[in-house]
Design a protein around this ligand. Structure first.
Ligand code: DHB
Ligand code: FE
Length: 286
């Protein structure tokens, strides 16, 4: 059985890619953000996950407004990145695990999610930057990319994304191979890149969301998409990726680490690490 050891979520602002490429991690602008990662690196070194299931949103590299699936899952053994026009270096390809992808696709379709399955899929900064942040040496695990539409309305609801995550979590629990999986959510937190509210950030709502992700994630499903746009900004809806990520955690969830820093570019940048322990194990330890 695949075992979910925990989740890590982080913002995926493209400028982070530039800071990494230019070695700016210790500069005063960047240090408070990059300082959030040593605990993440230590946890990854200890847990050594075999696979990362990544909930993120494509920004026009793989899907565009003409054809934009609400939910898409990669089913490839390799995912390439290409130039997205942000001026950041094109990253090396990520390995996939097509067998695990197909298992997840089968199960979530059985659960009633009408998934677009992608045997050929590019991944953009929403995948490559978190991987670079978490595995700075480039030794990324195999990935299963799950793409959620946070770009073109109508978007899936908070509840639907949480349920998608739960379905993925159940699929992982029924995977016959004994592998360690970590789940990654990317994007957010509050930000708005354009329009009258460009630069909008809402620390109070961000902190509330991070707190509730541990304490009572279902309470967050009461926010409608217009409310999330209002409270978190037009691009703050990337929190949908975080909702799906949290849904995948089936065990007892403990927050091990959190870093929140305003701003990186236009974004309230957050990094969170949750451990997921089987409930029985937790009872035994108590
Ligand atoms: C920024 C944030 C994003 O989430 C993104 O996809 C692109 C840019 C920004 O703050 O610059
Ligand atoms: Fe984004």
């Amino acid at each position: 059985m695949a075992r979910i050891v925990g989740v890590i979520t982080t913002s995926h602002v493209p400028a982070i890619g530039n800071a990494i490429a230019r070695g700016l991690q210790e500069e005063p602008y960047w240090k408070p953000f990059f300082d959030g990662f040593p605990p993440v690196h230590r946890w990854i070194a200890r847990e050594k996950p075999d696979v990362a299931v990544i909930f993120s949103n494509d920004h026009g590299l793989n899907f565009f407004l003409d054809k934009l699936p609400t939910f898409a899952i990669g089913a490839a053994n390799e995912y390439r990145n290409e130039d997205e026009g942000w001026g950041i270096p094109v990253s090396h390809a990520a390995k996939g695990n097509a067998a695990l992808s197909w298992h997840i696709i089968n199960d979530v379709v059985n659960d009633g999610f009408d998934i677009t399955m992608c045997q050929d899929m590019l991944v953009d900064h929403a995948v490559t930057i978190p991987l670079q942040l978490m595995w700075p040496a480039g030794d990324w695990p195999a990935i299963v990319p799950v793409s959620i539409n946070t770009v073109q309305h109508p978007l899936p609801s908070m509840a639907r994304c949480y349920e998608l995550g739960r379905s993925v979590g159940r699929a992982l629990a029924s995977y016959p191979e004994d592998i360690k999986v970590m789940v990654i959510g990317t994007g957010g937190l509050s930000h708005q890149l354009d329009g009258k509210r460009a630069g909008f950030i809402n620390r109070e709502f961000d902190v509330h969301c991070m707190d509730q992700l541990v304490a009572d994630p279902e309470s967050l499903t009461r926010y409608s998409i217009p409310q999330v746009v209002e409270l978190a900004g037009a691009q703050g809806v990337e929190f949908l990726n975080w909702m799906a990520m949290r849904g995948a955690l089936t065990g007892a969830v403990t927050e091990l680490h959190r870093n929140y820093h305003i701003p990186i570019s236009n974004t309230a940048a957050a990094t969170v690490l949750f451990e997921n322990r089987p409930r029985a194990e937790r009872r035994k330890a108590a």
